[in-house]
Design a protein around this ligand. Structure first.
Ligand SMILES: Nc1ncnc2c1ncn2[C@@H]1O[C@H](COP(=O)(O)OP(=O)(O)O)[C@@H](O)[C@H]1O
Ligand SMILES: [Mg+2]
Length: 234
């Protein structure tokens, strides 16, 4: 299976701070790769580097074989990468419908995707005329993911979707991400190891701005020493 995304030894600075000191990661077509690591390890910065929001100073990022480093966030999004940032960046003053329409890249995107989106997130159909601010945290997260599905994206970058949500809502959300991954490849940041290990085929550990380890999730789950070392969970 081929890689839809290859991040090769990227170095990213924020101001004078050298935040990523050589991060590599790969997402294969049709799979979910999860970035694991402690708070402050550099997971969000990795996603922001890929999107061009914190452009790396060195290294290479290939999307479908083409280099994207140095392009603007707009140009990178146009190529077919959707970004769902931390903290559910939806428009709280706009309705669910308006939020979904605003995510269109081409006219008619939402109409084309509506059936698929409502099949994944039936709640959103019911709540279509409610304003974003009146949704629960879980519903807002579902809307944030749904927005990234409106345009024809082939890769989604999703940052900590389960943060602050109740276990039953996390389960619904992860089931939806599992299902959408059959049509869109996913690079996920997920702090909850149990959740991540059920969802992702592959993992990349991010630690202090490096990516010391990556591989098959099935191999990581049996290695409790490694999990303890990098994630601090047993
Ligand atoms: N705007 C910023 N200015 C200075 N340092 C930052 C900024 N944003 C993030 N950092 C630092 O970069 C490191 C990585 O952050 P981040 O990528 O958000 O980590 P993670 O998502 O893994 O929790 C942290 O040490 C954090 O303090
Ligand atoms: Mg983060």
């Amino acid at each position: 299976m081929s890689a839809i995304l290859s991040v090769k030894d990227i170095h990213t600075f924020i101001g004078q701070f050298h935040i990523l000191e050589g991060v590599s990661a790969e997402v294969r077509t049709g799979e979910i790769t999860v970035l694991l690591g402690r708070n402050g390890a550099g997971k969000t910065t990795t996603l922001r580097s890929i999107m061009g929001l914190n452009p790396p100073k060195h290294g290479q990022i290939l999307f479908e074989g083409k280099p994207i480093q140095g392009k603007t966030p707009y140009a990178i999004a146009q190529m077919g990468i959707g970004y769902v940032p931390e903290h559910r960046a939806i428009f709280k003053g706009l309705s669910v419908r308006e939020n979904l329409h605003l995510a269109e890249r081409a006219k008619g995107d939402f109409a084309r995707k509506a059936d698929f989106i409502f099949e994944l997130f039936p709640d959103l159909k019911r709540l279509i005329d409610l304003s974003g601010g009146n949704l629960s945290g879980g519903q807002q997260q579902m809307l944030a993911v749904a927005r990234a599905l409106v345009p024809d994206n082939r890769l989604l970058l999703i940052d900590e979707p389960s943060e602050g949500l109740a276990p039953v809502i996390i389960e619904q959300l992860m089931a939806a991400i599992q299902r959408l991954s059959s049509t869109v490849s996913v690079l996920l940041v997920e702090q909850n190891f149990r959740v991540a290990s059920k969802l992702a085929q592959r993992y990349v550990i991010i630690d202090e701005g490096h990516s010391p380890l990556s591989g098959l999730m099935a191999d990581l789950v049996t290695d409790s020493a490694l999990i303890q070392k990098y994630l601090g969970v047993a």
